[in-house]
Write a protein that binds this ligand. Sequence first.
Ligand SMILES: Cc1cc2nc3c(=O)[nH]c(=O)nc-3n(C[C@H](O)[C@H](O)[C@H](O)COP(=O)(O)O)c2cc1C
Length: 183
Amino acid sequence: MSNLHILGICGSLRAKSHNRTLLNYAAAKLPDGVTLSIADLSDVPFFNSDIVTKPAAVEQLLAEFAKADALWFACPEYNYSIAPALKNALDWASREPNNHLLAGKAAAMMGAGGGMGTSRAQYHLRQVGVYLDLHFVNKPEVFVNAFAPTSFDADGLLVDTRIQQSIEAQCLALVQLAMQLKK
Ligand SMILES: Cc1cc2nc3c(=O)[nH]c(=O)nc-3n(C[C@H](O)[C@H](O)[C@H](O)COP(=O)(O)O)c2cc1C
């Protein structure tokens, strides 16, 4: 497999975020030749076109989007929709000339939340991706119940083998799509 870099975007800023745990699990199971870094959104301000000089956290985020061949979203569900930190990261990236940081890139999503596994937020994210010209992997979908005792152990580690397999399968699908789009 040739070199491919994935940028992970987690919509939760919480230190013990279950959604970030999904990305951390993925990072430990990457195929050869694939790397994944997780963006730090904690200091990224809300997008505001009055901000002329971009803060360092925004410059860093945009540089990470530029470096990425593919995007992998860990998408919490806040009040039936996308968490603001995740949407804000996309809003910043989308205002660069010609949407060049996003347009045409392969992307995937997964999420941990209540009983619906963030499915409502994930489908909103797919809708946003239409405008941004992202190409989302369709299957497998990864919907995790963060509150089921079988999903995460007391230390917050992902222990459900079925979910682990889904994440690994989604990774392969993302890598395959990214390779096709890079050609
Ligand atoms: C503002 C807010 C709104 C929420 N709304 C939903 C919701 O609509 N659906 C849901 O499944 N969980 C909802 N939750 C619960 C989150 O899914 C839960 O806190 C989850 O653990 C967040 O992900 P994290 O562990 O990565 O921080 C909400 C949590 C917050 C803080």
